[in-house]
Ligand binder design. Structure first.
Ligand SMILES: [Zn+2]
Ligand SMILES: [Zn+2]
Length: 258
């Protein structure tokens, strides 16, 4: 068992060769892939892949980069599309103050609309956060006060402090190929101490190919390399790490078991 908790199978670089990419992932033991949506125009395609492939599931959401262009996407619209049986999560949503591609207040409003959709559907939230730790933690804590909701901090690159806050809110933490990069010392220190029962792994493909594939187009098969690196870093067997992260994936995204 090995679950890639975050990939973009309908992005350029993967969509042209989806069948071969899925078969390479299966050859390396990948048994579950979560196909993440980032804008309304791709929802149909992201869901269609999940309808066609038994080991692929989908999310419905608007990336913070796209918040400005999607002010019409409200909680009701997210909830409506999330009713599809292959949609198992809401996102990716959150705050990205590194690129600031959308107005920060719009990003925050969109983030809160996604959280409300989680509360309404019971589906978990896939959080994207970059250079926005303080506001992300504040919004999550504030919204949690209105009613608990599950979720994951995807492609975790934040501080150890933020990891502790996310864990205390009940969140899972997903580690991408960035952890294999030579200069990712702080991330490696955090990843080494995260509780095994809250850990997920992901590729964020087509981005962030891990060592030894750096510079290539990322694909879900590479989650095996990140898992091997993490197992070594944490002093666990590869089997224990892949099994635990896959079990965590199906516990968090429980609709995958329906
Ligand atoms: Zn992201
Ligand atoms: Zn992503």
């Amino acid at each position: 068992m090995l679950a890639d908790s975050h990939c973009h199978l309908n992005y350029k670089g993967l969509v042209e060769d989806q069948a071969a990419i899925l078969s390479r992932a299966r050859d390396r033991g990948v048994t579950a892939m979560l196909n993440i949506s980032t804008r309304e125009s791709e929802w149909d395609a992201v869901i269609a892949t999940a309808e066609r492939e038994a080991d692929v599931w989908a999310t419905i959401g608007i990336h913070p980069h796209e918040a400005d262009a999607h002010s019409h996407v409200d909680t009701a619209k997210l909830v409506e599309r999330a009713a599809h049986p292959r949609v198992v999560g809401i996102g990716e949503s959150g705050l990205d103050y590194y690129y600031d591609h959308s107005d920060r207040e719009r990003q925050q409003a969109s983030f809160r609309a996604h959280i409300a959709a989680c509360r309404e559907t019971g589906l978990p939230l896939v959080v994207h956060t970059r250079d926005a730790e303080e506001d992300t933690a504040a919004i999550l804590a504030d919204e949690m006060g209105k009613g608990a909701f599950p979720g994951v901090i995807h492609c975790f690159t934040a501080s150890g402090d933020f990891a502790d806050k996310a864990l205390s809110l009940g969140f899972y933490i997903s580690i991408s190929g960035i952890v294999t990069f030579k200069n990712a010392k702080e991330l490696q220190a955090t990843a080494a101490r995260l509780p095994l029962d809250r850990l997920l792994v992901e590729t964020d493909a087509p981005f962030l190919a891990p060592v030894p594939h750096r510079g290539k187009t990322g694909e879900p098969s590479f989650v095996a390399d990140t898992a091997a690196f993490l197992a070594d870093l944490r002093g666990e067997s590869l089997d224990a790490l892949t099994r635990a992260t896959a079990e965590n994936f199906h516990r968090l995204f429980a609709k995958t078991l329906a």
